[in-house]
Write a protein that binds this ligand. Structure first.
Ligand SMILES: NC(=O)c1ccc[n+]([C@@H]2O[C@H](COP(=O)([O-])OP(=O)(O)OC[C@H]3O[C@@H](n4cnc5c(N)ncnc54)[C@H](OP(=O)(O)O)[C@@H]3O)[C@@H](O)[C@H]2O)c1
Length: 312
């Protein structure tokens, strides 16, 4: 049944890839008639924050369905709580031999690995480590939303907001479902560190450091040297990975999820489907952001790519 989970993530990544391709074919100006309404809804659902501003005057009824972009903070509150609970339960199951809570067991049985396939201690430890990395990532992002980033009056669609909440619950649950069934049944483990755990964690730290630096660079565009917020406008960022791409924090996000795939031992197809989803989701946002910079700043550095240095 783990295949169902992989298929769901693959379907989601296909949806974002389709949106990316549709965006490439979409006309610059909204077409007339019924197509105009569909065009407006499509643009409204894929854009948020500064890239929503560039798509012209939106009808009043569409503006009713928006919430402040600073509510991104709520995603990380939910993630810290939900994935924190999962982490505690998994730790207790793996090291104290306790069973997973009864209400989680049906989900684990339905979407987790086949009950007949016994996992190794190293595999179970990998899942615990990835859940820990995901939780730490959410804690850092929550702290950045609260104390680093300077938000403007940008907005997101209420559908994007609900999607973001569900996403962080789904992603942690996906990690939990990668735990072998024998852990669910209360088998105690010993810690088995493998070479891919070390590679994954080193890559995770490296990507997280760069993501944090890039978010600090964005925040500093709006602060004075003393740290006081002096502007809420958008300007061109420079420094660190911004020298290569318009959205290095999105690129770092992709690397963080790749580092988790490595920590799971490279072979976890379900997690690679999650990585695909992050790739297409961040690629869509990066293309819109790249276009925003190119349209609004005539001297925008020509050599910068949108998301992946030298490639895209
Ligand atoms: N895993 C996922 O599915 C997923 C999905 C989305 C985001 N994320 C991650 O969440 C993080 C934040 O994403 P985001 O889309 O919110 O990033 P973002 O649009 O670049 O915004 C980040 C912060 O920088 C500000 N900002 C952006 N461009 C600026 C500019 N040119 N000048 C001055 N300030 C600027 C924003 O203010 P405003 O209020 O003006 O926008 C906001 O406070 C990223 O690291 C991303 O990878 C992950």
């Amino acid at each position: 049944m783990s295949a169902v989970l992989g298929a769901a993530w693959a379907l989601l990544s296909a949806a974002f890839l389709s949106a990316l391709l549709l965006l490439r074919c979409a006309p610059e100006r909204p077409p007339g008639g019924g197509f105009g309404v569909v065009f407006g809804i499509f643009q409204d659902l894929i854009r948020y924050g500064k890239t929503k501003r560039g798509c012209g005057q939106r009808p009043a009824w569409l503006r009713l369905l928006q919430v402040p972009k600073r509510w991104f903070t709520h995603f990380y509150v939910v993630s810290v709580l939900w994935n924190g609970f999962l982490l505690i339960w998994l730790f207790r199951a793996e090291f104290l031999g306790e069973s997973l809570p009864s209400w989680i067991q049906p989900m684990h049985r339905a979407l987790g690995r086949d009950s007949r396939s016994e996992g190794t201690d190293s595999e179970s430890f990998s899942a615990l480590l990835v859940l820990l990395l995901l939780w730490l990532h959410s804690c850092r992002r929550l702290a950045e939303c609260l104390w680093t980033s300077v938000f403007s009056s940008g907005v997101i669609h209420v559908v994007q907001y609900c999607f973001g909440i569900v996403y962080y619950i789904a992603v942690g649950s996906t990690v939990l479902c990668q735990v072998p069934a024998n852990v669910r049944n209360g088998k105690e483990l010993s810690v088995q560190i493998s070479w891919y755990h070390v590679v994954g964690v080193v890559m995770y730290i490296w990507a997280s450091l760069h993501q944090h630096r890039c978010l600090v660079i964005l925040a500093n565009l709006r602060r004075s040297k003393s740290g006081k917020v002096v502007s809420l406008s958008h300007s061109v960022p420079f420094g660190d990975w911004f020298e290569r791409v318009s959205c290095p924090h999105y690129f770092a996000e992709l690397l963080i999820y790749v580092s988790m795939a490595i920590t799971l031992g490279f072979h976890n197809v379900t997690w690679w489907c999650v990585v695909m989803y992050v790739l297409f989701n961040q690629a869509l946002a990066a293309v819109l952001c790249h276009e925003f910079y190119q349209k609004n700043f005539s001297s925008y550095p020509k050599h910068r790519k949108a998301l992946i240095p030298f490639i895209f």
